[in-house]
Write a protein that binds this ligand. Structure first.
Ligand SMILES: [Ca+2]
Length: 326
């Protein structure tokens, strides 16, 4: 029993060591309690005069703001506010607006709202309210203010607001596939930018559409956007034996590569090499030459689960007019 216990402990250790670390949500902004309001301000959080801002979006890859939180002190609510996201453009404190949340009505106490705004390292977050913008009086705080509202895409000159805190904290999630959806709570397929719902399992469907004299046509359908390559080979004799002086002959077939659209059948033309046609002419009509076809997915191999290659056989009848001679 003791040995079994040791083995289980060892197995658990391995599991613990190899389990990938779940990405942790991060936050940015100031957590002060709003205790004042100023009309016609767009206010951005800044931790000081240095760049990049300590209270801006953290580094390492694309991110998405998935929620924002404001704590409102007594006597100010209800008040409408929205989250504002800007990127600094130059040393003159001109900021470009990247996005905004919906306009929400805040009540006294802590307010939290979901949103979805793609961001990157160093972007600044803040607030704007049509009836006035919340801030907190805090001696150590510095914010950036612009007198007015900005539309997404506009660049505006900001000024320093000393002893003014911007009372908004945002939740930031990683966005590894860079699709604008937070990988923890918004993106159910964080391995592929093509999908936000659960990752589909790729299926490859392939069949013979037509057997012509000089080519075969293969119809291929996939359920995702991907590139597909069709190849094949003909091998004869099937029971080749080099020891008995009967070598195998292997002839490669090539149907090329095509870009697929989900659910749309693409037809691949696979020319029959001269060696295959010569072989067919030596075979009686009731004999069959077997071709092995490979239909392979070239894209999203690691991003999407499911089929990578589909293999199937195509049998071509012999074309000899008189009894074949071996
Ligand atoms: Ca994502």
């Amino acid at each position: 029993m003791r040995k079994l216990g040791v083995l289980i402990a060892a197995a658990l250790t391995v599991l613990t060591l190899t389990a990938p670390a779940a990405p942790a949500a991060q936050s940015a902004g100031w957590s002060c309690v709003a205790d004042d309001v100023e009309s016609n301000w767009t206010l951005l959080a800044s931790g000081g005069s240095s760049y990049p801002f300590p209270h801006g979006i953290p580094p390492e890859g694309p991110k998405v703001i998935t929620a924002w939180r404001v704590t409102v002190g007594p006597g100010l609510a209800p008040i409408r506010q929205r989250l504002e996201v800007f990127a600094i453009q130059n040393e003159d404190y001109e900021f470009k607006k990247l996005g905004e949340s919906a306009l929400e009505t805040l009540v006294e106490g802590t307010n939290s709202f979901p949103t979805r705004i793609p961001v990157s390292e160093g972007n600044s977050v803040g607030l704007y309210g049509p009836e006035g913008t919340l801030f907190c009086n805090e001696g150590s705080a510095i914010s950036w203010r612009y007198e007015g509202a900005a539309a997404t895409g506009e660049t505006k000159p900001f000024k320093t607001a000393v002893a003014v805190g911007t009372p908004v904290v945002v939740t930031v999630e990683d966005d590894r596939d860079n699709d604008g959806y937070g990988d923890e709570t918004q993106d159910q397929c964080p391995s592929s930018a093509l999908f936000h719902d659960p990752c589909p399992s790729v299926s490859i469907d392939a069949r013979v559409v037509e057997k012509r004299r000089g080519a075969i046509l293969i119809g291929v359908t996939t359920n995702v956007d991907t590139r597909i390559e069709v190849r094949g080979e003909a091998i004869w004799p099937r029971w080749g034996n080099t020891l008995k002086g009967v070598p195998k002959r292997i002839v490669k077939l090539n149907g090329g590569i095509q870009q697929m659209a989900p659910g749309v059948t693409a037809v691949f033309r696979v020319p029959l090499p001269k060696a295959v046609i010569r072989k067919l002419h030596k075979m009686r009509p009731r004999e069959r030459l077997k071709l092995t076809m490979f239909v392979a997915r070239l894209d999203h191999l690691e991003a999407l689960p499911g089929q990578v290659t589909r293999v199937f056989a195509v049998k071509l009848p012999g074309r000899a007019r008189r009894p074949a001679q071996r």
